[in-house]
Design a protein around this ligand. Structure first.
Ligand code: SF4
Ligand code: MSK
Length: 644
């Protein structure tokens, strides 16, 4: 295998990686290689630099220093580092949720005319969950009250987050008994920073238990608020066909790529690109029109609501620029590589930052102001259109690879699709699991990372699960990886699904892999699991369900927070590469073993995606047995794994 093939499983990415090698342009894989060997202390989690008596490190071989200057043990140091990752991940998701709540409030008050409360049904439902009396009230009034209530939960000091009440009763009791129900979203994150300050919490179990509390404040708080309010504000997604991969970029068009996570501006950009004046300007410069594409989770947001194509996932952000065909890349927050500005400098691409939280030196910053979002969006698109003149035709090479997918599944429409028009229920899903046509379900989510062949682990794991009659739900970059392989279409069930899963997909008309959105939309998975419990017949808690989760190519601190809120919600969750905890056998044992008896879920680390898939299947079978369900009806013979 040549270098470009080793680096990515995706043929479109391979072509652009080859182009980078040929033109001696350094991209993420080169920077990764330059970092090797990566710091062993960091990998094991046993370095500490939280006070100025340090930095300190523990000798992993037990021959040198066993404690920091202050006396902190490896258990304390590892646990502190780990929960600080949760704090950062939960903060990122939750700040996203706060921003959406802020925009919703402005829209409701009539201060942001380019936004409207689109999903009024969902608005009323969510308002009622928050105890708001909706009778006889105008939509805007309900929106205002809901926006205020949600915003107040970030700084709430006492009590419990409202959305916690959507978890199964038994689950809520487990959290209450353990004292890990989040009181306020920000409060738990701040408390992580306090507890992990020098000389505070030294009990690794106590530290991690609080980490779970903050992570729950993300999954059942900040992220769930982001999802629910985004649906209200930008429209509740419905299954929608679209396309994915670098081939969505068009040679004769002005290509605009939006990248990041928060859809507040990009949702308006979907309107701005239809502006007749901008379209005629594009034509004046010789382009056939304006082509909008997404990247990472901003892509997922506008893909599921507007059918805007996705140009790719995290590791493709530089590769999109390398096509030489991107006039402008507009970024908001999270997962935006600092290297983008140098990649853009190698081509004619204009990079524009839009959030006050995310600026790059030397890069044009046009800040989103909700009051005049459409005007700002048009100004940004105009820059892209004008930049078309600078495109160097000889440097343009757009890979042809493009695949169709269906995105836009949500908790609500999954109920409707499964139950039919008159029966809003997940009963058919429960029945399919009980009868054994479906073995169980798995959430495969998360990033991509140059430390593992791009997309390969996602695709291999998901194919193995499908073959074994496990329905897969996906978010984030993992969903994009599998979409590029063609797994997110109803037709793919015929090629990849086991007979039982295929039967279910055919009967209901769904793909065997359901794309439920962006990273914050992992909260949708929590709600689907809760609905399955409430439907009955599969136990009383999420931890009773024959389900498992995985993040095979994770890289972000958000993935750690997501992992912890799934584990704390009772889900067995496998990460491809380990958390930086192996320097403490106690912490490792706590999160991969003991936690199961405490919260019902636990972590496992397994790099081989096929092995990991079988660990998930084994777990699903154990849960089936505990529920006294028979084995899955259709057992399939093993087929060879994909080449690494
Ligand atoms: Fe070293 Fe303790 Fe300070 Fe950490 S807190 S840097 S282990 S002295
Ligand atoms: S974008 S957090 S690389 S999934 Fe949500 Fe992808 Fe991971 Fe960012």
């Amino acid at each position: 295998m040549e270098k470009h093939e080793e680096r990515s499983y995706d043929p479109a990415s391979q072509k652009m990686i080859k182009k980078a090698i040929d033109e001696d342009i350094k991209i993420v894989w080169d920077r990764y290689d330059a970092q090797k060997p990566q710091c062993g202390f960091g990998e094991l989690g046993i370095c500490c630099r939280i006070c100025n008596m340090g930095p300190c490190r523990i000798d992993p071989f037990g021959e040198g220093t066993e404690e920091g200057v202050c006396g902190a043990s490896k258990d304390t140091i590892v646990a502190r580092n780990l929960v600080r990752m949760i704090a950062s991940g939960a903060a990122a998701h939750s700040d996203h949720g706060r921003d959406i709540a802020h925009t919703l409030l402005m829209a409701a008050k009539g201060e942001a005319h380019d936004y409207h409360l689109k999903a009024t049904d969902k608005l009323a439902r969510t308002a009622r969950i928050y105890g708001i009396d909706t009778k006889g009230k105008l939509t805007e009034k309900i929106g205002e009250e809901l926006g205020e209530k949600c915003l107040s939960e970030f700084g709430q000091q006492h009590g419990e987050l409202r959305l916690i009440g959507l978890a199964p009763k038994k689950r809520q009791e487990i959290w209450r008994k353990l004292g890990i129900v989040p009181r306020g979203i920000d409060r738990e994150i701040v408390e992580i920073m306090h507890r992990t300050h020098m000389g505070v919490d030294n009990d690794y179990k106590n530290i991690i238990n609080h980490g779970m509390r903050a992570a729950l404040g993300d999954g059942w708080g900040g992220s769930m608020i982001a999802t629910e309010l985004s649906d209200i504000l930008f429209g509740a997604p419905e299954p929608i066909r679209a396309t994915v991969n670098l081939g969505v970029l068009k040679e004769d068009y002005v290509n605009i790529v939006v990248h990041g996570h928060e859809p507040t501006l990009s949702d308006v950009v979907t309107e701005a690109v239809k502006d007749p004046e901008l379209l005629s300007l594009a034509k004046k410069y010789g382009a056939k029109g304006i082509n909008l594409a997404g990247m990472c989770c901003t892509a997922n947001e506008i893909l599921m609501r507007h059918g805007i194509p996705s140009a790719g996932n995290f590791l493709q952000q530089e590769l999109a620029i390398l096509t030489g065909a991107v006039e402008l890349m507009m970024v908001d927050v999270q997962c935006i590589m600092p290297a983008l500005s140098s990649a853009a400098n190698c081509f004619h691409t204009k990079l524009v930052t839009t959030s006050p939280k995310c600026k790059f030196p030397g890069v044009e910053h046009i800040e989103l102001k909700e009051e005049k979002a459409l005007e700002i969006a048009k100004n940004i698109i105009r820059l892209g259109v004008e930049n078309y003149k600078k495109r160097v035709k000889e440097r343009v090479s757009i890979p042809k690879e493009i695949k169709g997918l269906v995105a836009g599944f949500t908790t609500e429409n999954v109920f409707r699709i499964l139950g039919g028009k008159y029966r809003f229920t997940v009963r058919p899903l429960n029945d399919a699991i009980i009868s054994g046509r479906l073995r169980g379900a798995a959430g495969v989510v998360g990033c991509c990372n140059p430390n593992i062949r791009h997309d390969w682990a996602h695709v291999s794991m998901v194919k193995e699960l499908l073959k074994n009659d496990v329905l897969v739900v996906q978010t984030g970059c993992s969903a994009i990886a599998c979409a590029k392989e063609g797994l997110l279409t109803p037709e793919s069930a015929f090629e990849y699904a086991g007979a039982g899963l295929r039967e279910v997909c055919e009967a209901v008309g769904i793909p065997p892999v359901l794309h439920v959105g962006s990273c914050v939309d992992n909260s949708r998975i929590l709600l689907i699991l809760s609905a399955v419990v409430a439907e009955g017949g599969l136990g009383e808690d999420i931890s009773d369900l024959p389900v498992a989760g995985a993040a095979p190519e994770w890289m972000s601190e958000k993935a750690i927070s997501i992992g912890f809120y799934f584990v704390a919600s009772g889900v067995y969750t496998i990460f491809g590469t380990p958390h930086p905890v192996l320097g403490s056998p106690n912490v490792t044992n706590y999160i991969t073993n003991e936690l199961e008896n405490i919260v019902g879920g636990k972590f496992a680390f397994e790099e081989d995606p096929i092995k990991a898939a079988h660990m998930m299947i084994k777990h699903i079978d154990l849960k089936r047995k505990a529920l006294k369900l028979g084995p899955a009806i259709h057992q399939h013979k093993k087929t060879p794994a994909l080449k690494t």
